[in-house]
Design a protein around this ligand. Structure first.
Ligand code: GDP
Length: 441
């Protein structure tokens, strides 16, 4: 999971501060040293780290913290705000004002351009648009075919003219085709190279000049860390990017690119992807990501995912329960069944307040574990599911027998469940004291 180690380190560093009634400059210095190390280890750009720590420290030594009754929590609030700012403050939307809207996708080979073009088409279709995908990578063998396969899988037309016509002419013809056929978004999958080269840039500039796209999105592989930041910088110089799509966050445990790109290049991250499936693309919300990093969860994204996977009513119920921390085993079971529709469990748990990667380790649920947990909950009576406190040793034995597990398994599940509820409550309380909407859970 992205930011796993950073998230762990920041949380444990900041937690040390929350227990204290007063904070001295020394306490803050020590914490900032750890924050700095954690960010550097996460492969965040050195200058970005320096500025970040300086700003947080200055603010942490200010009156708002020193005079507060909960100085540690004030520091967490500051770190959260500064992390959010680092990543760009708020979501930057796609500009659809021009019709058809031309979105030019560019990037190095293997970054995920073709896949992301398909994902974007898929997402826009769900938002009611009628996209057209355009195959302009005429050099890489099979690139056209790949886009056709992707297009088919998301039920989106793909415009191609083979590999003998120049990408500029293909894209011009595609735009005419879109106008005639009522496609309101044109997504151009351009050619990539292993490295930035002049010929590639010239070609991209020519397409840019001919089509005047509303959006020039650079697709970047998050796993390449600071290299991705350098690539963004160079592309932006030559092409004036309107946004970045960060892919492969599922393989990037550090997260340095996500945290550095905006500060270094001033180009906003517009989407993130963390998986190969066509529905695996999300609008990037800096504030939600910062909350996720600090283990405060991302209830809003969770709700949006739930809305896609389940019906509205269920999503509202989930929101309410997370808010009130009145989760029972029945909800747990219900959620588990719905979570199966919502994508990888890792992603989901990371969005639940208080559920950081450490919590995840305790609640590691591969598929067979899933079945085991399901069996245990199904073997509980209704009352036991609602009030796990009443499960004594004889009930435990009965549940174990009924589910083909051991009393120790049942015990472990109950403990994990209680821990989870407790954590949700803690973060709920902490959020309230911070008095910000995004923390009110
Ligand atoms: P292109 O050369 O830039 O067009 O890259 P492709 O779209 O062909 O993608 C290269 C590889 O990365 C493919 O195997 C994709 O399935 C994979 N890929 C793309 N996006 C993601 C992602 O978010 N996560 C993971 N794990 N793989 C991805």
């Amino acid at each position: 999971m992205v930011f796993e180690s950073l998230s762990d380190k920041l949380q444990s560093t900041l937690q040390k501060l929350t227990g204290k009634g007063r904070l001295s400059e020394k306490d803050i210095d020590a914490a900032m040293r750890e924050v700095k190390l954690a960010l550097l280890e996460a492969d965040v750009n050195f200058k970005v780290v320096k500025d970040f720590v300086k700003t947080v420290k200055e603010r942490a030594l200010g009156k708002e913290v020193l005079e507060s009754l909960t100085p540690g929590q004030q520091v967490i609030k500051i770190v959260n705000e500064e992390l959010t700012r680092l990543m760009g403050t708020s979501e930057v939307k796609i500009d659809f004002s021009k019709k058809p809207t031309v979105i030019m996708m560019c990037g190095l080979q293997g970054a995920g351009k073709t896949t992301t073009s398909g994902k974007l088409a898929n997402k826009l279709k769900k938002d009611g648009k009628r996209p057209l995908l355009v195959a302009c990578d005429i050099y890489r063998p099979a690139a056209i075919k790949q886009l056709q396969v992707v297009g088919k899988s998301v039920d989106t037309p793909v415009f191609t003219m083979g590999d003998k016509i120049s990408p500029v002419d293909i894209s011009k013809a595609a735009l005419e085709h879109a106008k005639k056929n009522g496609n309101d978004v044109v997504i151009i999958d351009t050619a990539g190279r292993l490295h930035i080269d002049e010929k590639l840039m010239k070609e991209l500039q020519d397409i840019h000049e001919a089509l005047e796209p509303s959006e020039v999105l650079l697709v970047l592989d998050a796993m390449t860390g600071q290299d991705a930041v350098n690539v963004a910088d160079k592309f932006d110089d030559m092409l004036k990017l309107t946004g970045v799509v960060l892919t492969k966050l599922d393989g990037d445990a550090r997260g340095g690119a996500a945290l550095s790109i905006r500060s270094v290049t001033d180009v906003p991250i517009k989407f993130i992807a963390s998986g190969e499936k066509m529905d695996n693309i999300e609008v990037f919300h800096p504030d939600r990501m910062a909350s996720r990093i600090l283990g405060m969860g991302d209830v809003l994204s969770l709700i949006e995912k739930a809305q896609l996977a389940v019906d509205d009513k269920k999503a509202k119920e989930l929101e309410e329960k997370l808010r009130k921390s009145t989760f029972t085993f029945e909800d747990f079971l219900d959620q588990m069944q719905q979570m199966k529709n919502m994508g990888p469990l890792e992603d989901i748990i990371g969005m639940i307040p208080g559920m950081n990667s450490k919590a995840l380790k305790g609640i590691n649920l591969p598929d067979n574990e899933f079945a085991k947990v399901e069996a245990m909950i199904l073997s509980m009576t209704k009352k036991e599911r609602q009030k796990p406190e009443i499960i004594d040793s004889s009930r435990r034995k009965r549940i174990a027998k009924g589910s083909g597990t051991s009393p120790a398994d049942v015990n472990k599940l109950i403990k994990q469940f209680k821990d989870m509820r407790k954590m949700m409550k803690q973060f709920g309380n902490m959020s309230k004291s911070m008095g910000k909407r995004k923390f009110k859970l």
